[in-house]
Write a protein that binds this ligand. Structure first.
Ligand code: F6P
Length: 326
């Protein structure tokens, strides 16, 4: 590339939205414009790419979005993009728009889509954004810290009423197939028990833990249940009540509240660092990589590696949550 002023950069957000995506969009747009490049915003993720839903973005288009959750570009899960025909349509639209490089902000599925485009000659750099924190190659994804703070505030509130009524609260967190949010919430909220898909449990084991907490004189019990756990939260509550282990139960499914909210300072800073680095990598001619946070440094990680691994939960955190719950 002789000069970045000849460069047109495309940007899209894809998959489940995450707080901090707007901060990343803003960083990408401002960094690109600061280098005299042109920016094309692609609406509704890969679905918008297949449909050619493009619009030019200027500095004002990302004004006042830094502090907002969600994504101003919107996102959709796209069945059509999964097909070769849809990918061909997407590439055709990008060529017609003169897009020289694409930035994809999203989770594991989105990064697989980015890799698929890269293998067909599109220059693409990924930015990890998913509250699940299940993206290989980055210590943290954008949105995780905000989601964890949302969970923490909710659990602190639930603990108040659990104590007042001497109840066991089963609180379900998101994470699709990862127990990361549940485990970290268990640690920061001091939960008595954390149930995660990585460690299947039996109802008897769970009931014994709840009864043990009761017998140890605890005034309440907080049980964090990851949505992908092997026992449905509502079934578990009903069975524990039937077993009469001391505490009566109540259930709160946190759901999509974990996906919204004002991004924390950590997520805004992570988004700024990842967004600006992603633009630099495209200008340097890099492709088929993701920006990843490694021990607080931002590095490039091949998408081939990212998409062929799943980020595993560090089980020492799970053990820590159990130990600190005693
Ligand atoms: O991947 C992020 C995530 O929030 C998961 O934790 C959750 O299971 C899923 O998205 C929910 O997807 P949707 O928003 O399509 O219901």
């Amino acid at each position: 590339m002789t000069s970045t002023k000849d460069f047109t950069l495309g940007i899209l957000t894809s998959g489940g939205d995450a707080p901090g995506m707007n901060a990343a969009i803003r960083a990408v747009v401002r960094a690109a414009l600061a280098n005299n490049a042109r920016v094309v915003g692609i609406a509704s993720g890969f679905e918008g790419l297949v449909n050619g839903e493009f619009r030019s973005l200027g500095p004002r288009d990302v004004g006042g979005v830094l502090q907002r959750g969600g994504t101003v570009l919107q996102t959709r899960r796209s069945q059509r993009f999964q097909e070769p025909k849809g990918q061909r349509e997407a590439i055709r639209h990008m060529n017609e728009a003169g897009i020289n490089g694409l930035i994809v902000i999203g989770g594991d599925g989105s990064l697989r889509g980015a890799h698929a485009l890269a293998t067909q000659g599109i220059k693409v750099v990924g930015i990890p954004a998913s509250i699940d924190n299940d993206i290989w190659g980055s210590d943290m994804a954008i949105g995780v810290d905000t989601a964890l703070n949302t969970i923490m505030e909710a659990v602190d509130k639930l603990r108040d009423t659990a104590s007042s009524h001497s109840r066991a609260f089963l609180i379900e967190t998101m994470g699709r197939n990862s127990g990361y949010l549940a485990v970290m919430a268990g640690i920061v909220c001091g939960a008595e028990l954390v149930l995660i898909p990585e460690v299947p449990s039996t109802v008897d084991e769970i009931a014994r833990s709840v009864e043990d907490a009761y017998m140890r004189g605890k005034t309440h019990a907080i049980i964090i249940v990851a949505e992908g756990s092997n026992i449905r939260t509502t079934d578990l509550a009903r069975i524990i009540d039937e077993m009469d282990v001391g505490f009566k139960t109540r259930v709160t499914i946190l759901g999509h509240i974990q996906r919204g909210g004002r991004p924390t300072a950590f997520d805004r800073l992570l988004a700024a660092r990842m967004g600006t680095r992603a633009v630099e990598l495209l200008f340097e001619g890099k492709t088929d990589v993701m920006v990843g946070l490694k021990s607080m440094g931002v590095e490039e990680v091949p998408l081939e590696e990212v998409t062929s691994h799943a980020r595993e939960l560090t089980m020492s955190y799970y053990e820590m949550a159990k130990m600190l719950a005693r």
